[in-house]
Design a protein around this ligand. Structure first.
Ligand SMILES: Nc1ncnc2c1ncn2[C@@H]1O[C@H](COP(=O)(O)OP(=O)(O)OP(=O)(O)O)[C@@H](O)[C@H]1O
Length: 242
């Protein structure tokens, strides 16, 4: 079961996001502990992305509460969530194609820090995520996976204590997915993470506590091994994916 570590840093209470009659997120009570790495999985339409967007401020929930490090953040704007020290990577690309990888990472650092600190953070991030071979390449010329890693670098350069990632391995090859897992493990040394992901190979490699959504609710929360062995979980999700 979930190994509880330290303080709860993200909490939702009775969170609901309804679109007309569609209960995309319905009465969700969720807790994330400091330094935890949590994956959110579920079949198409289960409510993962909607839940994610309620945390990031992209959507204002219909009812319920979002609490981040003790602060009530229900309905906050994305910049207010980011201001708490939360790094957010959505599915929408957020890079400048006409700038190099290094310049993109520097810009992300510069948003929060002075010039000197931004330069050192950029160098540290490139070293930490092993992006040295592409640092001077224009992002518009990079492969899909490499662009995603630059975006991860942009998130890391802001020194977040919490990182929220929506489908970081989407569209990646096996090798790119493997590298992305390594980068996420590296980021988890300094940040808690919530990762929405479809890719079973990715989830198994990450191998931590997984929250399984189904019809807007949390159906199960456990290791991937336990979820894989559960008949109900298999029926709603794994049966048509594993
Ligand atoms: N803006 C919206 N307006 C109306 N309905 C929406 C909207 N966004 C999501 N929904 C509906 O809410 C439900 C949950 O969708 P959501 O995208 O959160 O699921 P998901 O688990 O992220 O699915 P996927 O894995 O396919 O991305 C679905 O029925 C979807 O059609």
């Amino acid at each position: 079961m979930t190994r509880q570590r330290g303080e709860v840093v993200v909490e939702t209470r009775d969170l609901c996001m309804h679109f007309g009659g569609v209960r995309a997120v319905d009465q969700v009570d969720f807790s994330l502990f400091d330094k935890e790495l949590r994956c959110l999985i579920g079949p198409n339409g289960a409510g993962k992305s909607t839940f994610f967007k309620c945390l990031t401020g992209q959507l204002t929930p219909t009812s319920g509460e979002v609490i981040i490090r003790g602060q009530p953040m229900t309905g906050a704007e994305p910049f207010e969530v980011a201001s708490l020290g939360v790094g957010i990577k959505t599915q929408v690309p957020n890079v400048f194609d006409g700038l190099t990888a290094e310049e993109n990472i520097w810009l992300a650092a510069r948003r929060w820090h002075g010039d000197a600190r931004s330069r050192s953070l950029t160098a540290e991030t490139i070293e930490r995520l092993k992006l040295g071979d592409i640092r001077r390449t224009l992002v518009g010329q990079l492969a899909h996976g490499q662009r995603q890693w630059v975006e991860l670098g942009m998130v890391v350069a802001a020194e977040p204590w919490l990182v929220l990632l929506d489908e970081p391995a989407a569209g990646m090859t096996h090798e790119e997915t493997y590298r992305t897992v390594e980068l996420i493990e590296e980021i988890n040394k300094t940040s808690a993470l919530i990762v929405v992901e479809h890719d079973m190979q990715f989830i198994r490699m990450i191998s931590r506590t997984v929250t399984l959504f189904h019809e807007g609710r949390i159906l199960m929360q456990d290791t991937m091994e336990a979820i894989s062995a559960d008949p109900r979980a298999r029926e709603v999700y794994l049966g048509h994916r594993a």
